[in-house]
Write a protein that binds this ligand. Structure first.
Ligand SMILES: [Zn+2]
Length: 206
């Protein structure tokens, strides 16, 4: 049997939805709880299917967001600014697509504007838009970088994301607290090694 697997770098989230999301109901979460050996009717679990349904709607709410829309409005005032702008500590909360387990940490975004800058809240929302989907950290990193490059058209974009993955830590595959660091460098950051080192250093610092 041949199965066509999506490329790890591709974004198949916006199409190829053969089943409607409405097909999975609270009843299915009750069946899931029962399959764990639990009694879905005990008082502590009675409201759990509803809560989990709501929580998952939030955790994957990024599918309904358009990243281009988030970056639509620019701020003025950077016409002659040619240096790296770095925003650190942007929160990342996502779920790995292999185990549906949380991975979380922070993102550092750097860019060299070409006349256009965006506010911190926009960068935070851009990260959320892609993090609130089923992800792998590598793809999350490149999606944020590529969208910024495409929409803002700066001279350079660099994104560094560091996250703890509960699927690895809780199963003993990684040491507790160990972080996975991914980066994506576009434009001048691909060739300007000094600028690249500066951004990577900032992304590594706590
Ligand atoms: Zn995983």
């Amino acid at each position: 049997m041949t199965e066509k697997r999506p490329q790890s770098g591709g974004d198949h989230a916006d199409h190829d939805h053969p089943e409607s999301s409405a097909d999975f109901t609270e009843h299915d979460w009750r069946r899931f709880l029962a399959s764990l050996g639990e009694n879905p009717n005990r008082s502590g679990l009675r409201e759990t299917p509803l809560r989990v349904s709501k929580a998952w709607k939030h955790w994957v709410s990024g599918y309904a967001q358009d990243p281009a829309e988030i970056l639509k409005v620019f701020e003025d005032g950077a016409e002659r600014y040619n240096e790296l702008i770095v925003v650190r500590g942007i929160p990342v909360y996502s779920h790995c697509e292999h185990h549906l387990a949380p991975f979380f940490g922070t993102a550092t975004i750097g860019y060299v504007p070409e006349g256009r800058i965006v506010g911190l809240s926009k960068l935070t929302r851009l990260v959320e838009c892609f993090a609130r989907r089923l992800q792998v950290q590598e793809r999350l990193t490149s999606q944020v970088a590529e969208t910024l490059m495409h929409e803002l058209q700066p001279k350079a974009v660099g994104v560094v994301i560091r996250c703890r993955h509960l699927c690895m830590e809780s199963r003993g595959i990684r040491t507790p607290g160990e972080e996975t660091i991914t980066s994506a460098m576009l434009g001048e950051l691909q060739t300007n090694l000094g600028m690249r080192a500066e951004l990577l250093a900032l992304g590594r610092e706590r």
